[in-house]
Design a protein around this ligand. Structure first.
Ligand code: QAP
Ligand code: CO
Length: 157
């Protein structure tokens, strides 16, 4: 297992749009296990491949307090949603910054596992926020992009 370097804002590589995974080979398994190792080491709950300068559509998540409920999403796509929510988000690529961010509420996500098998996960609350935050990374978007300079007068506080 390898500890990967996490890109920090404003590194422009965080803006690269990740490519779909088409070949489910051992290199995909390798980046996934290194991403989990790096995320747990850094005290994160979610990490997108983009953040470790690997531009394929791969996300790892573990929001459990016991850190033993790993979720891997490959080529994730939101296929349904209802409602909205706001959550005070942070990001390993923007250390120290926390900001209320508007998101979809309940979501259904279609994704593939490391063998290429398609599955659907339904998520609400923190898990829903985390999945949306990580899919944004794959599209080169960061939560602080959503800061409204007019509305959020003191966005830095
Ligand atoms: C994305 O974020 C997320 O500033 C994952 O000093 C955000 O793991 C999911 C972290 C909000 C759900 C809700 C941030 C660690 C970790 C920091 C993270 C820091 C140390 C952020
Ligand atoms: Co992030």
């Amino acid at each position: 297992m390898k500890l990967l370097e996490i890109l920090k804002h404003p590194d422009e590589r965080l803006r690269i749009v990740a490519a779909e995974v088409k070949n489910f080979d051992s290199s995909v398994e390798e980046i996934i296990s290194n991403m989990f190792y790096t995320m747990y080491h850094s005290g994160g709950v979610g990490l997108a491949a983009t953040q470790v300068d690997h531009h394929q559509r791969i996300v790892v998540i573990d929001i459990s307090p016991t850190k033993n409920k790993p979720i891997t999403l490959i080529n994730p796509k939101i296929i349904a949603s209802s409602g909205t929510q706001s959550y005070k988000e942070g990001c390993l690529s923007v250390p120290g910054v926390r900001k209320d961010t508007d998101r979809l509420g309940d979501i259904a996500v279609e994704a593939q596992d490391k063998t290429g098998k398609t599955f659907i996960v339904k998520a609400s609350g923190l898990l829903s926020v985390c999945i949306q935050h990580e899919i944004d990374h794959l599209d080169g978007k960061i939560f602080i992009d959503k800061i409204n300079l007019k509305k959020d007068k003191n966005w830095w506080s």
